[in-house]
Design a protein around this ligand. Structure first.
Ligand code: EPU
Length: 333
């Protein structure tokens, strides 16, 4: 285990923000991780770095989890249990599952980040969330160094939410995640409007067809973090009271909406931000993506503080215009 000093974290976060880590260590095995947490409790974990905005230098020991490996448990008839180590790149894992004809993750193609962080915010796209195929995960408790299994019901999954963002925040290091996937009789979900549209000429789309459709939709709307720094959706889509929604709909009849319950409606933050005039606007080194207003970007040399200032300005403008508070989805560090 080699502790490095004064390392730039620019290449370790998809926003491409350049902050300094006083101390930095790469972890390649569970044994190394166990050894580390036995004498170092003040740690800051970085996996794929895809859901964070770094606003200042990191004083804690930065731990880059590089645990790799995939194990398959193929003892049942139609389903297969696939365990991936935390440091596996999410999209590469999805592509591998599709190559094996394992179904369930195809709608989640091209989401940035690593397997280990995927359950924290219950990643989701195009009508599917990780909770739909999640079986269990293994994590290391930092305080005790003990391994703990979190079953589905222990995780309290919600929209972009789980127990790891709330009750046990910062207490565990997720080391591997097991998914329950289909190996035959796939139950695909192509109901999301944009996917349906792309696949309309294919009679019986395969997992690969669905994945390709998702990839083309994402590439047409979302910036590639390798080219323009970003963290995907910066805000959550707000869920608002039906009374407020009715008032908004009177004024703005085209407002897109999804029913959550008899009392609550989800409205797209991207629409609210676009209507507030921010879409495609650049402010120095940061700005709002031109094709998807929910995504804030770093044109190269933005500081985390600069991006955060823009986020606050957007929140205030949307609140003044629509009386809807926008909650930030990305972790502000
Ligand atoms: N819209 C606008 N203007 C915009 C963006 C969107 O008017 O600039 C409208 C669209 O016209 C559409 C609606 O908002 O009517 C929804 O847009 P879209 O299908 O692009 O999805 P989203 O609700 O903006 C969510 C997720 C994305 C995920 C897509 C597809 C959240 C916070 N975001 O975005 O997730 O890819 O659905 O399922 O739930 C991410 O989390 O990083 C992410 C990209």
């Amino acid at each position: 285990m080699n502790i490095l000093h004064n390392i730039s974290l620019k290449k370790y976060n998809t926003f491409g923000i350049d902050v300094n880590a006083k101390r930095f260590v790469e972890i390649n095995s569970i044994a190394e991780l166990k050894k580390l947490v036995s004498n170092e409790k003040n740690i800051f974990l970085i996996g794929g770095g895809s859901n964070m905005l770094l606003t200042s230098a990191i004083e804690k020991l930065v731990v880059h989890l590089n645990l790799k490996g995939i194990v398959v448990n193929d003892t049942e008839k139609d389903v297969v249990f696939v365990t991936a180590e935390a440091g596996e790149n999410w999209h590469d894992f999805v592509v591998w599952c599709i190559s094996q004809n394992y179904g369930g993750l195809e709608n989640l193609s091209l989401i940035p980040g690593n397997v280990g962080t995927s359950p924290i915010q219950n990643i989701g796209a195009y009508g599917v969330e990780i909770k739909d195929t999640f079986h269990q995960l293994e994590a290391l408790e930092i305080a005790t160094g003990k391994t703990k299994i979190f079953k589905h019901s222990d995780c309290n999954f919600g929209y972009r939410n789980s127990v790891f963002k709330n009750k046990v925040k910062g207490q565990y290091i997720i080391t591997s995640v097991t998914f329950k996937l289909t190996k035959s009789n796939h139950k695909t979900n192509i109901s999301y409007g944009a996917i349906k549209e792309v696949l309309k000429n294919i009679e019986k789309p395969t997992l690969k067809d669905i994945s390709n459709a998702v990839i083309s939709i994402r590439q047409s709307k979302l910036p590639d973090p390798k080219k323009i720094g970003n963290s995907g959706s910066f805000f959550k889509n707000p869920i608002i009271d039906i009374e407020l929604f009715k008032k908004l709909q009177e004024k703005h009849p085209t407002i897109p909406n999804y029913k959550v319950s008899s009392k609550e409606i989800k409205v797209p933050a991207g629409w609210l931000i676009e209507q507030s005039g921010f879409k495609g606007k650049r402010y120095g080194e940061t700005g709002v993506h031109e094709k998807q207003a929910l995504v804030l970007v770093n044109y190269g040399n933005a500081s985390g503080k600069e991006v955060y200032q823009l986020a606050k300005k957007i929140q205030q403008t949307v609140l003044d215009k629509f009386a809807v508070p926008l909650e930030i989805e990305v972790n502000i560090i």
